[in-house]
Design a protein around this ligand. Sequence first.
Ligand SMILES: Nc1ncnc2c1ncn2[C@@H]1O[C@H](COP(=O)(O)OP(=O)(O)OP(=O)(O)O)[C@@H](O)[C@H]1O
Ligand SMILES: [Mg+2]
Length: 334
Amino acid sequence: MSEQPLLSVTDLRVEYPGVGFRAAPFVAVDGVSFEVQPGETVGLVGESGSGKSTVGRAILGLAPAASGKIVFGGHDITHRTAKIQKSVSRYLQVIFQDPYSSLNPARTVGRTMTEPLEIQGGLTKDSAISTVSELLNSVGLPEDASDRYPPSFSGGQRQRIAIARSLSIQPQLIICDEAVSALDLVTRAQVLNLLDDLQQEHAFGYLFIAHDLPIVTHVSQRTLVLYRGRIMEQGPAAEVHTNPLHPYSQMLLAAVPVANPTVQRQRRNERRATSISTGQAKSAPLDGCPFAPRCPKAMDPCWTSRPAAVRVEQRIVECHLYSPSVNNQKGETP
Ligand SMILES: Nc1ncnc2c1ncn2[C@@H]1O[C@H](COP(=O)(O)OP(=O)(O)OP(=O)(O)O)[C@@H](O)[C@H]1O
Ligand SMILES: [Mg+2]
């Protein structure tokens, strides 16, 4: 691809301090690699605790990388100084699930939004006020929104305020961390359409984090499936959804409710087979595949060696079912 990626993450590892005296650090993200192109939406999906937000936090500079590399707009921002952080922060924005926590309830929306424009954007007060008014209008908020305080808005409206705020200093990449998960279906659809329209207009990239596979598929061009801090599968969003290759991606798909009772029953049975509560209490092997204890297709090598990332057409899969060495030994293909 000739275009330089907007974001390139290579072999990222993020650790949190272990709990207790001399406890080993907890590895929340382990060997994660992916790219986001300008104007592209990349979805990051996985169960709760799989490390999705930690990937986002590392990109934002809120969680230090233990190793690996993060390159944004051609600049290595892995170990950023306060100066680098200041210069990239306006191009890297985030929208959280609960924007309320990031909006000061004692400040009008207008005041919260004009401040970064004046400080980071160097605008005069008057032009900051008119820019904010245009932004609020572009996300469909009422005219008086900038004079009101956050508690006087609904959840969906507050999410729009968060979007307007993240757009205000013309970012290049927006990390949407469960940005629509708490919204009702109608508001969710409106906000997703809004994000899409804004992307068409401004061509920025999104890293769209959610635990819901259909939503991620709906908004993304590419999907990354994360499990215990490792990318199990990545590839074109529609392919990952319709024909998931990794048994963990297949499990995520089986968890999606469907209207057809026969298919639903079949999926329920598949879910039972991969549920940790079915007595497969073995812990994940240190050197093997983290999904092995839950995997209905686990083989001996899954317990002893970490599957390498293998390219299968347009996808990259970390699973021994697709490892050439394992399949050569078995004398068969998956
Ligand atoms: N500050 C922290 N200190 C220690 N452990 C943490 C910290 N933040 C997250 N973790 C752990 O790291 C793992 C990944 O957490 P993370 O928040 O990235 O998951 P997630 O995929 O975003 O989950 P969710 O879908 O629930 O938001 C979890 O096991 C979590 O307990
Ligand atoms: Mg999270």
